[in-house]
Design a protein around this ligand. Structure first.
Ligand SMILES: O=C(O)CCC(=O)C(=O)O
Length: 324
């Protein structure tokens, strides 16, 4: 049956996307994971590998990270009334505020984090008590991942937070630990039906506004402005990621991640060098971003000089590293 998009209510939440395949650890070996998913870059959810993990609730996170200071992105809700092409920052480019995890936990409990859409995004767990998690190491080995490009990163958000539609130049494993997330995915072939922000933005905004983000709000697309999005819809995939599940997001695959429910939602992820090399070389989305980063070079250099010259040098440099 042909899938229909309801143009009258202009919402894709009721659209029946293809479902991301789930595989259980019992049918998983590094070899078959490579052949079936990594070789061509196909998203998949792996279940059952993290059954013995502790519960990553707020008490657990405060115990491990409570007194540490981290950069929290203060998004606010107003930006979502604007077209994304009017934004001057996005994702890791959003201004951040340093505070302890314990303070943020209070904000989550009191709804303040929700009211201002405050998000701990891609926060490196290096040099924290959560840097090495043995269950996770085993899980990564069982999926055959060997070449990490980053440390583990923590993602904590109030319910309803949306990480806007974007792609990464590396393979990623998104590990759901508390609450659930809806992940909408589109293959790299749909890039130009998703209207990426121009890479010329790097010249004006540096890394604050990356060309790896789409201009479309997939939940309420403006089909007059972005008519080709309708073609992308029939290529989309969806998954509701539950605690203990690991989603493989291949490099160049677009994804929008929505934290579900009223409570807080927590995941970790890691980025990986793309293998096989042939897939890395032939993923145009990856090169598009490298080109953008080259254009951002003058901005990056001047931001580093400004940070070094500023009074709160340590904090500013840390934020810049986070943005990279
Ligand atoms: O979980 C999130 O909020 C975003 C995660 C993400 O973009 C990723 O894992 O690549």
């Amino acid at each position: 049956m042909e899938k229909k998009f309801d143009k009258n209510n202009s919402s894709s939440t009721n659209y029946s996307f293809q479902k991301v395949v789930r595989i259980n650890k019992t049918s998983l070996t590094p070899e078959n994971f490579f052949q079936k998913y990594k070789f061509d870059g196909i998203p998949v959810v792996v279940t059952g590998l993290l059954d013995s993990m502790p519960t990553w609730d707020l008490d657990f996170l405060c115990e491990k990270l409570g007194d540490g200071e981290y950069p929290f992105r203060v998004n606010g809700w107003e930006r979502y009334n604007q077209e994304k092409s009017q934004w001057s920052n996005i994702g890791s480019g959003v201004e951040s505020r340093s505070m302890t995890f314990r303070k943020y936990a209070q904000m989550l409990r009191s709804q303040e984090a929700y009211n201002n859409d405050i998000y701990l995004g891609r926060c490196s767990l290096k040099n924290t008590p959560l840097e090495n998690i043995s269950e996770l190491k085993q899980a990564e080995a069982q999926m055959g991942f060997k070449m990490p490009a980053t440390s583990l990163n923590l993602w904590v958000a109030p319910g309803n937070h949306v990480a806007p539609l974007h792609y990464d130049p590396m393979d990623g494993t998104l590990i759901q630990l508390y609450g659930s997330k809806r992940v909408l995915l589109f293959p790299p072939s749909q890039t130009y039906n998703l209207y990426p922000l121009s890479i010329l933005n790097y010249l004006r905004y540096g890394l604050k506004l990356r060309g790896s983000y789409s201009q479309v709000y997939p939940e309420r697309p403006d089909l007059v402005k972005f008519p080709k999005f309708e073609q992308a819809l029939s290529h989309g995939y969806e998954v509701i990621l539950k605690p203990g599940e690991i989603l493989f997001i291949p490099a160049g695959w677009w994804h929008e991640v929505t934290s579900l429910g009223d409570g807080f939602v927590c995941s970790i992820n890691r980025f990986w060098h793309v293998l096989p090399l042939l897939r890395a070389i032939t993923t145009w989305n990856k090169w598009r971003l490298h080109l953008g980063a080259l254009m951002a070079a003058p901005h990056i250099v001047s931001a580093w000089f400004t940070a070094i010259a500023s009074k709160d040098r340590k904090q500013k440099l840390r934020h810049l590293v986070q943005r990279l």
